[in-house]
Write a new protein. Structure first.
Length: 238
C-alpha cells in the first residue's frame, strides 16, 4: 500500500502539481488581461520614470522594504539569493550544466547553507505573522503556505546535509537522482532502485509531497504577486 502512495506522490502528483501551477498562473494572467481598464493613473507619488533599470532596482533591491523594516529586508534578500541557488541546484539534479561548474562545486551549491538559510528565513516569515500588526491582516492561507514551504525546506535540507556529511542511508548517488528527475522531465517516469530501497525513502517522499502541495496552492494565493511584481512596479512608476 505504502509503495503505491509513494509512487503517486513522486510521479502522478508531481505532474498534477506542475499542471495546476501552470494553469493557475495562466488563468490569473488572463483575468488581469481581460479585466476592465481603470480610468486615471495608478502611479504612486513622487512618480519616477519607468526605466527598466529602475524597475529592476525596485524589484531586486527592495528599497521600500529597506526603508520600512531593515530586519525583514535582510531576511528577504537572504531568502531570494538562496532561492536562486536552490533553483540552479535542482537544475543540476536534472542534468549536468558545464557553465554552472565554472566554479567547481558539489551538487548542491552552498555546501548545505542554501537549505539552512531558506529554512531560517521562512521560519522568520512564519513567526512574524503571529505578532501585530501582521497577525490582524493575515489569513489562514498565509500560514499554510509558509508552513508548506518550511516543511519542504526542512526535509530537503535534511536529505542534503545527511548525504553530504555521510549519514548512513543517504548515500544515494547523484546519477540516481538525475535518472529520476530527467525521466520525469522526459515524461518517461522511472524510480531508481537506489531511491526506493533507501531506508530514508519516506524523507524524499515528504519533501516532494510538501513541494507539490505548495505548487498547487501558489497560483491561488497572495504569493502570486511575485509573478506580477515587474508589471506592478512599472505601473507604479508611470
Amino acid at each position: 500500500m505504502w509503495d503505491k502512495v509513494y509512487y503517486f506522490v513522486m510521479v502522478p502528483m508531481v505532474y498534477i502539481a506542475f499542471g495546476t501551477f501552470a494553469l493557475g498562473i495562466i488563468l490569473k494572467l488572463l483575468k488581469v488581461l481581460f479585466s476592465p481598464s481603470i480610468k486615471g493613473s495608478l502611479g504612486a507619488f513622487p512618480r519616477k520614470a519607468p526605466m527598466p533599470a529602475g524597475i529592476l532596482y525596485e524589484v531586486f533591491a527592495m528599497p521600500a522594504v529597506f526603508k520600512k523594516d531593515k530586519v525583514l529586508w535582510i531576511f528577504l534578500m537572504a531568502y531570494h539569493a538562496a532561492f536562486g541557488l536552490l533553483v540552479l541546484g535542482h537544475l543540476e539534479l536534472i542534468r549536468e550544466f558545464r557553465f554552472l561548474q565554472i566554479v567547481p562545486h558539489e551538487v548542491f551549491l552552498g555546501a548545505g547553507w542554501v537549505g539552512i538559510v531558506l529554512t531560517i528565513s521562512v521560519l522568520y516569515f512564519l513567526l512574524r505573522r503571529f505578532r501585530s500588526p501582521y497577525r490582524e491582516i493575515s489569513v489562514p492561507e498565509d500560514y499554510l503556505l509558509l508552513l508548506l514551504l518550511f516543511l519542504t525546506f526542512v526535509f530537503g535540507s535534511h536529505m542534503h546535509l545527511a548525504a553530504r556529511y555521510g549519514i548512513a542511508g543517504f548515500d544515494i548517488p547523484l546519477d540516481d537522482y538525475r535518472a529520476y528527475l530527467s525521466s520525469m522531465v522526459n515524461f518517461k517516469p522511472e524510480l531508481p532502485a537506489m531511491i526506493t530501497a533507501s531506508p530514508h525513502y519516506v524523507i524524499i517522499m515528504l519533501h516532494i509531497l510538501f513541494a507539490n502541495l505548495f505548487l498547487m496552492l501558489f497560483p491561488f494565493s497572495k504569493m502570486i504577486h511575485s509573478v506580477f511584481v515587474f508589471f506592478t512596479i512599472a505601473v507604479k512608476r508611470k
